[in-house]
Design a protein around this ligand. Structure first.
Ligand code: DGJ
Length: 783
């Protein structure tokens, strides 16, 4: 609902649980009034207003008519520089005469029944969302900024963006054009961000908002794994299930900034948008600049509610509608199995084994094209390497199809190696400066997608690949950050446009390809999760979460990612041990158990599995398939924060609360461990549930020489028999099936079998060990 209350000059936007309220101030600036739990539309709005009743010391008075009013202590929806607001501006300009002063005031507004679509950028798909457009105008410079607010009632999401229009007869240089500004009063808010690096993406990080400016950003040309373009403001008391928090997520994949500023009056300013660093955009008369969208939500029920709002947003309004609740295949990817070293024979051997395990999609990763045997050459030459695959992609795909699996392929279209035919022909297509020797990342350069001819070329080459071969899945990789920024396509005044225009080109390419090939499932990847954002998800309904497949690292990475993104978009693979990324050994069952909370794949040399591993993996895949809908699309709750504890528990639950799967993960086995009770407040207290532990197996190696205490027969742990047994036989760990009333689970919790406490092992003991884990299926039963 969007309501304008003329008497108070109030805009009131309501979602199912929240209110977002703005006010046109007496000065005609647009004020932020309230964002939080729903208040009545006929409420007494005056009680929400925070304003000075007397002049504030040492401030620039906006207009001497009212000495109590200054911009610096006002709560604003749009902020610019030059009239006394000394906080970070949302938009900043260099005017024709060199001046920098702008002052935008309310001019008009309209409420649209539908959400307008601005072609060219990814955006929230919500045609029927009511949208408020507030036109702010700078009378002196003849500049307009339209502020858009779309209301997604059921998802509790407000979508904001700004559009700048040059109504003057002069050129204007935009130096900063963020998508939103929100000022709220401080209530001991903290800032939570999701930071990291390659193989360590989206690690939760909470800091106090002290006076000053906190800025997280990416200058890398990709949204990056350094900081995700998703932030939370929470209080020190917010938990998974209780307390207030705000979430902000940007629908954009390039360099971004998110700014949180606390001024001396403890007012908190939040901003998000395209990074203003190294950005400038000349706006000619009558031209407009469209900023990307930001999605905002508020939860008074802790982080899970906030995350679920974003999960619903992604599933229903970001990813392509064809993929709404469309179950994704269990895939095999050959990368960690072979790297570049494969041929058709080897691939088919892997494929046969994959089929035998129950895998549905076989993905051929890097190395199938040009003369690519390592990462030094061939990016750009998207034709098959006949030495490796003499029969070509088409025949390989056919053979894989004949085995009963779909075929998928890897590409990295945005890149070029200098050692490639494409680069020889079009050296000017790479992003580089004519006078600098370009710096490389993974030996490669980035193609200049701000040029239409490059975009067209890539479309043609990829469309041919997709048309001529039976490809059902495409992994779209991108493995370097931007440097040497220069494009021969822009004059000196416009070089600052390069990265944003690159994305307009990329988005155009993706729009065409994904529309023309609707039967191909696209998975975005950028060295794992270096471009994990709502922008990429708009085109490709899933993303390779991280190159790190170590189970322990994964539950941190996945936990951080779940805060802003649903498990239905996260590619999770089981790989070999020791993990290539951290040289750690974790149990095969745990590698599966954590991967199961998302889109499952296997990425290891399955032709060398032991009989034990083969049997275990088959059982894992059939369990996943039987519960796939729930695991991929169930409502996800995190029960605790693994960044702060030795444990991690999460649950996915069906909408009607009749079915759920609980995952419990332990980092290290500690001596004398406490009892576990997993409180499950999300379940229905009026139902009765049957809880069944997934049948899991352990490897005899876990016991080593201690095996004599666990088995009735004597075995030498260094002997041949032990070796044979450990590779062949499945040793079941404890069975645990219980019938428990919902009110017990909701109010007290689920009590699994007791953990190993150092005094012996029997069938009633839950031996987790280091990096141990369990899955429990929870189903409603009729008594
Ligand atoms: C980086 C990706 O994240 C990996 O999964 C793999 O596809 C390699 N690139 C291939 O070069």
């Amino acid at each position: 609902m969007i309501k304008y209350i003329e008497t108070n000059k109030i805009f009131h936007l309501q979602t199912k649980n929240n209110s977002y309220i703005m006010i046109i101030l007496p000065s005609n600036h647009l004020g932020s009034l309230y964002f939080g739990s729903k208040v009545d539309e006929n409420t007494d709005y005056e009680n929400l207003v925070l304003s000075n009743k007397i002049e504030v010391g040492s401030q620039v008075i906006y207009d001497s008519i009212d000495k109590s009013f200054n911009l610096n202590t006002s709560f604003l929806e749009l902020s610019t520089f030059g009239k006394g607001d000394f906080r970070e501006p949302m938009c900043h300009f260099r005017l024709n005469d060199g001046s920098r002063i702008t002052d935008f005031k309310y001019k008009s507004h309209k409420v649209l029944a539908r959400k307008p679509s601005f072609k060219g950028l990814p955006e929230v798909r919500a045609e029927n969302a009511e949208t408020l457009v507030i036109t702010m105008f700078d009378e002196v410079n003849k500049l307009t900024i339209n502020l858009y607010y779309s209301v997604l009632i059921d998802e509790d999401i407000i979508v904001r963006r700004a559009v700048i229009i040059n109504d003057s007869t002069n050129e204007v240089m935009i130096e900063k054009a963020l998508s939103m500004n929100l000022d709220i009063n401080n209530k001991d808010y903290c800032l939570t961000t999701f930071d990291g690096a390659w193989i360590k993406e989206r690690q939760l990080n909470t800091q106090t908002i002290n006076p000053g400016i906190i800025k997280i950003d990416s200058k890398k040309g990709v949204s990056s794994s350094d900081h995700n373009p998703f932030i939370i403001l929470n209080t020190t008391k917010t938990t998974e299930e209780t307390g207030d928090c705000y979430g902000f997520s940007l629908v954009y994949s390039g360099s971004f900034e998110a700014v949180v500023e606390r001024n001396p009056f403890s007012m908190i300013r939040v901003q998000m948008g395209i990074n203003s660093f190294d950005f400038f955009w000349q706006l000619n008369p009558n031209e407009e600049f469209i900023t990307p969208e930001v999605c905002l939500t508020f939860s008074n029920q802790g982080y899970n509610k906030l995350s679920q709002s974003f999960h619903n947003l992604i599933n229903k309004h970001i990813i392509k509608p064809d993929y709404l609740e469309k179950e994704r295949p269990v895939l095999f990817n050959n990368w960690e199995a072979t790297m570049f070293d494969f041929n058709q024979r080897k691939l088919l051997k892997l494929a046969k084994k994959a089929k035998n395990l129950g895998i549905e999609l076989f993905v051929l990763d890097d190395g199938w094209f040009g003369k690519r045997n390592d990462d030094n050459s061939s990016l750009g030459d998207w034709f098959v390497n006949k030495k490796k695959l003499p029969l070509g992609i088409n025949k390989l795909a056919q053979k894989i199809n004949n085995l009963g699996m779909d075929f998928g392929i890897w590409v990295e279209p945005e890149m070029v190696n200098q050692d490639s035919l494409l680069y020889q022909e079009h050296p000017d297509w790479a992003i580089k400066h004519p006078s600098f020797n370009p710096s490389l990342g993974r030996n490669q350069l980035i193609l200049d997608l701000s040029k239409q001819e490059v975009v067209d070329y890539l479309y043609d080459v990829l469309a041919k690949l997709f048309r001529e071969n039976n490809i059902k899945y495409c992994k779209w990789d991108m493995n370097r950050n931007f440097s040497d920024l220069y494009s021969s396509g822009f004059d000196a005044k416009n070089q600052g446009k390069l990265i944003h225009c690159y994305y307009l080109g990329l988005y155009k390419l993706l729009e065409r390809l994904t529309n023309d090939f609707p039967n191909i499932l696209f998975e975005s990847c950028a060295s794992g999760g270096n471009r994990f954002d709502l922008g990429m998800l708009y085109y490709m309904p899933q993303i390779w979460t991280s190159d790190n497949t170590d189970a322990h690292s994964r539950y941190l990475i996945q936990s951080g990612t779940y805060f802003g993104y649903s498990q239905s978009v996260m590619g999770n693979h089981v790989s070999d041990i020791p993990s290539a990324q951290v040289i750690r050994k974790t149990p095969l069952e745990t590698r599966f158990n954590i991967s199961a909370f998302g889109l499952l794949g296997y990425e290891l040399d399955i032709t060398h599995l032991t009989p034990y591993e083969t049997k275990v993996i088959k059982k894992q895949i059939s369990y996943y398939k039987a519960n796939r809908k729930l695991l991929q699309f169930g409502k996800l709750y995190q029960l605790n924060n693994p960044f702060k504890s030795n444990n991690f528990e999460l649950i996915v639950m069906s909408e009607d609360k009749s079915k759920a799967i609980l995952g419990t993960f332990q980092t290290l086995q500690e001596p004398s461990m406490a009892y576990d009770v997993y409180k499950l407040p999300m379940l229905d207290k009026n139902k009765t549930y049957k809880i069944t532990k997934r049948e899991q197996y352990f490897n005899l190696d876990m016991f080593g020489h201690l095996i004599k205490h666990a088995l009735p027969i004597k075995l030498n742990s260094k002997g041949l028999l032990f070796h044979l047994l450990k590779n062949r036989y499945l040793f079941k760990n404890e069975e645990d099936t219980q019938i428990v009333k919902g009110d017990v689970l909701v109010n007290n919790g689920f009590i699994p079998k007791q953990r190993f406490i150092g005094t012996g092992y029997n069938e009633n003991i839950r031996l987790m060990g280091d990096f141990g884990s369990r899955l429990y299926l929870i189903e409603e039963i009729e008594l």
